[in-house]
Design a protein around this ligand. Structure first.
Ligand code: FES
Length: 274
């Protein structure tokens, strides 16, 4: 929150807000940390690098350049964290093995969906460690090399349909300049924060919302009980099932949503949901 809302550096994203996904990764004194569960005061006197600080005066960081060149990103939401992890890895180990890269990126589970492409984009890979050269059987290896040749030929020779085209948005995304929903500021918009249960299989005896509602700027505090009064506590899912929007009498898993605080400013909602 401090990075995004106080400093306006929105390249650091909030995905899970529970130290799980890694979308919020920044470098603290050169080492990756998940900033969503770290207080701003804990960074006092420390060196914090966000994706906005990855590129230097000379241009893109080699990891950014490689991600762009190899299109090592999809929507770009978790890409800043991946690149920072890669940059920290290269700082420690300028010639990492495939395993080193894989283990470094396991830091960020969100990245696993596209780890293959990201490894291709990692400038720390030795020359010749191509996509088909790892542990593929010979026939598959041959096919991979053929595909790589075709890909190269497409880049250099083929025009029109079938010609590989660089995505225009990648340049913004690798610099942390993408605009996602959470980055938007609209006149009169409200902010919502979710209070999650620290317990699994717990009974809710009651939720006292009076202190939260008394905070200036708080517009509403919504609980499962309140939702149930309007027949909104359970909503249909796409699989035809129903799912609790906010827990009513029982919490089923740790992290389940139990209340929402809606406020005019982000500080009020955070203060009262914690
Ligand atoms: S937002 Fe911090 S780990 Fe997911």
């Amino acid at each position: 929150m401090c990075i995004r809302e106080e400093f306006g550096l929105t390249g650091t994203h909030v995905g899970c807000d529970t130290t799980s996904c890694g979308a919020c990764t920044v470098l603290l004194d050169g080492s990756p940390v998940k900033s969503c569960t770290m207080f701003g005061v804990q960074a006092d006197g420390r060196d914090v690098t966000t994706v906005e600080g990855l590129a230097g005066a000379a241009g893109l960081h080699p990891v950014q350049a490689a991600f762009q060149e190899e299109h090592g990103l999809q929507c770009g939401f978790c890409t800043p964290g991946m690149m920072l992890v890669g940059a920290a890895l290269l700082e420690r180990n300028p010639d990492p093995s495939d395993d080193d890269i894989r283990w470094a990126h396991l830091w960020q589970p969100l990245s696993l969906h596209g780890l293959h492409e990201h490894r291709e984009g990692d400038p720390g890979r030795s020359e010749g460690e191509g996509r088909g050269r790892r542990s593929a059987p010979p026939d598959r290896e041959a096919r991979s090399e053929e595909a790589t040749d075709m890909s190269t030929r497409r880049q250099t020779e083929i025009r029109g349909i079938g010609h590989s085209v660089k995505r225009k948005e990648d340049g913004r995304l690798i610099r942390g300049k993408g605009t996602f929903i959470d980055d938007m500021q609209l006149p009169g918009m409200l902010y919502m924060s979710i209070l999650r249960s620290p317990f699994a299989h717990a009974t809710i005896n009651g939720i006292d919302t009076s202190r939260a509602q008394a905070v200036p700027g708080v517009v509403a505090v919504v609980t499962g009980e309140l939702m149930a009064q309007h027949n909104l506590a359970w909503m249909p899912t796409m699989s035809g099932d129903t799912q609790a929007v906010l827990a009513t009498d029982k919490v089923r898993f740790q992290g389940q949503e139990v209340a929402a605080v809606i406020a005019e400013d982000p500080t009020s909602r955070r203060t009262r949901s914690s």
